[in-house]
Design a protein around this ligand. Sequence first.
Ligand SMILES: [Zn+2]
Length: 309
Amino acid sequence: MKKGWRWRRRLLKRGGIRLAAVAAAALMALSARPAPSSAEAGIPAEQSRPAERVVAVVIDDFGNRMKGTDEMLRLPIPITAAVMPFLPTSQADAEAAHAAGREVIVHLPMEPVRGKPSWLGPRAILTALSDEEIRLRTEAAIADVPHAVGMNNHMGSRATADERVMRIVLQVCKERGLFFLDSRTSYKSVVPKLARQMGVPLLQNDLFLDDVYTDKHVGGQILLLKARVQKHDRTVVIGHVGPPGLITSGQLAAAIPALRQASVRFVKLSELLSPSGPYSLPGAELFGSASIGESEPGSKLPEESATSR
Ligand SMILES: [Zn+2]
């Protein structure tokens, strides 16, 4: 893991972003599609087995015993539990996820462009805070979520577009050895640029599963996932406990067999950082995709109602 990561970092420093992106894309293509063995070399491509597709399912908003908490942890795939700090069951939910063999990350509440403070939860990262306070809150959030190996943003369309704020948050992640998953609630996020500059391992959300709380919508997003895995080797999706928790866990449970049939392997989020496995560099083509939910504003959206009960 370290070796490949350093290589990319050197490349980024030396060659600039465009060169690095081209080279990394080539590298990803190579590592994602290994050369056929001599036994397979003579087989026409259409007769080869389909390439393995890797999907990481992240479930946000743990920490308040929200609807679907147990159902999500019982899914027969290695979900990653994003746990909000400073809530009544933050520690208990993180411990339960860890005990169930699930990966845990900190779900850091961050200021949106629009939205009520009550949607954010306690001790959120606000752009009006001092450097020192942002650092203190970020460190305290990590300390409040046991077993965390990474971090992603809860809401945060304003904060993730703020370079001063994100530089501090990412610096703390770097010091603590955490990767950062950009939930991508803003197209103006500075996280990809800063994470590259600072050498913080970065992943990005490709698809929100449940920004509308209906079976029809979540089922539609699962169809988008099924279509996406035909074209992409690696995908990160985000769902939620809370208002859509039972819908999303039910839809996921129902979809898992068919996705596995389509050569999907479900992995922990951190496995996407492996140099031999897929690595989610900022995918420019995804920013224009209508399939990425903007999780703010509008009170029906999960990112806002997470802590407003
Ligand atoms: Zn959230």
